[in-house]
Design a protein around this ligand. Structure first.
Ligand code: FE2
Ligand code: FE2
Length: 167
């Protein structure tokens, strides 16, 4: 789903909800023991998360670094560090998923995966909260109308669209 021309940069937060939904579908497939779908859905989820983080880091973070005020819990490096941790988590989840070996899935391995996914979800939830409460409101505050229009055209912030590759 492509967002219909948001007026405010804050509306771009919607992508976080869409990303969360994608993880839900992956977990729903796991619970239905459809491991092929679960694997594919995690792959799609990962792609969308990577694109989203890339857009945040390449387009919004430089502006944020330059102009954002000193906000507790809102240091630019925190967001980058959290993105790195998200990448590490995804690697771990993929490893656990690859160990399931369907059709003979060991329940212990499945529970280990679900436990890790619960931790991962908490981590993502925390990151999203930090962005929704600090990062996006601050970006909205520090850009002028002209820049806002430019950013809104530049950012895809859609699960279906890939950001342009940086030269
Ligand atoms: Fe982020
Ligand atoms: Fe984000």
């Amino acid at each position: 789903m492509t967002l219909s021309q948001p007026k405010s940069l804050l509306e771009l937060n919607e992508i976080h909800r869409e990303i969360e939904d994608m993880f839900y579908w992956h977990q729903a497939a796991l619970l239905k023991a459809d491991f092929t779908a679960a694997k594919n859905l995690l792959k799609e989820y990962e792609e969308v998360v990577l694109n989203h983080m890339k857009e945040e880091e390449d387009i919004l973070l430089p502006l944020y670094r330059e102009r954002a005020g000193n906000i507790r819990g809102g240091d630019a490096d925190i967001f980058v560090l959290e993105h790195k941790k998200i990448l590490e988590w995804l690697g771990r989840l993929k490893l656990r998923l690859s160990r399931l070996n369907p059709p003979n899935v060991d329940t212990k391995n499945l529970i280990a995966l679900l436990d890790d996914e619960a931790h991962f979800k908490k981590f993502i939830e925390h990151h999203t909260l930090r962005e929704n409460r600090i990062f996006y409101p601050e970006i909205e505050r520090i850009v002028n109308e002209k820049e806002k229009g430019y950013l809104l055209r530049l950012l895809t912030f859609s699960p279906e669209e890939k950001p342009p590759t940086k030269a």
